[in-house]
Design a protein around this ligand. Structure first.
Ligand code: AP5
Length: 214
């Protein structure tokens, strides 16, 4: 299974990819998480990426294609992969097809998470993340059992991402509509696109996702 989760920022791709990892064991390949790790480690790539991400723009195709190529070569990617946040431009989609063809594999399904923009600003501005393990919370809909403390690893604080402020969220949404949404046509032409209503509760979205990947 090679699944591409496609959708605007905040549509729930990361939440669902983590659920697929927990229940099916398919690794979540998130270019956003890879870039945030580089930032946390203060690498040259991290320093360059941070300024771009804080503006809500996209990091270069060359950089993210390289990150995915390295990660896909790891042994845990043999049985299945869930791509979260990649591809994000048409050149990235073509590069993914080419790198999979080389190893006689192909994308199985692209699932498009559909949800109105207005709901996304609310979801993202309320998101909180554990700095240690990456577990995700929401100030209204997914609160930790103890305020500010991660249920998963017990560490604190839970922080707001630098790009989860209203002005940057709006920029990310406009970049999504201009550069990422057209990827849906790429997979529709290949007969691999499945759309789901991502405005429902996480459990309902997960059931729909499992059906889409069956
Ligand atoms: P990235 O980290 O990929 O961010 P994104 O795509 O903008 O996605 P998000 O993580 O914001 O949202 P999500 O859909 O995963 O939703 P989540 O499950 O977290 O990218 C960040 C930046 O990195 C980019 O702007 C770019 O600069 C760079 N980058 C990354 N990949 C790149 C690439 N390929 N090319 C170039 N640049 C790249 O949920 C959000 C919130 O909603 C959470 O609080 C959650 O608890 C809540 N929630 C989730 N589902 C539900 C639900 N069903 N109902 C209610 N609340 C829900």
């Amino acid at each position: 299974m090679i699944a591409v989760l496609l959708g605007p920022p905040g549509s729930g791709k990361g939440t669902q990819a983590k659920q697929l990892l927990a229940e099916r064991g398919w690794p979540q390949l998130s270019t956003g998480d890879m870039l945030r790790s580089a930032i946390a480690e203060n690498t040259d790539l991290g320093k360059r990426a941070k300024a771009i991400m804080d503006r809500g723009e996209l990091v270069s195709d060359e950089v993210v294609i390289g990150l995915i190529q390295d990660r896909m070569g790891k042994p845990d990617c043999k049985a299945g992969i869930v791509l979260d946040g990649f591809p994000r431009t048409i050149p990235q989609a073509h590069a993914l097809d080419a790198m999979l063809t080389k190893v006689k594999r192909a994308v199985t399904r692209c699932v498009l998470f559909e949800i109105p923009d207005e709901s996304l600003v609310k979801r993202l501005s309320g998101r909180r993340t554990c700095l240690k393990c990456g577990a995700m919370y929401h100030v209204e809909s997914a609160r930790p059992k103890k305020e500010g403390v991660c249920d998963n690893c017990g560490s604190s604080p839970l922080v707001q991402r630098d790009d989860d402020h209203a002005d940057v969220i709006r920029k990310r949404l406009s970049v999504y509509h201009a550069q990422t949404a057209p990827i849906a046509d790429h997979y529709e032409q290949q007969g691999k696109l499945h759309k789901l209503d991502a405005s429902r509760a996480p459990k309902e979205v997960y059931l729909a996702l499992i059906q889409a990947l069956a």
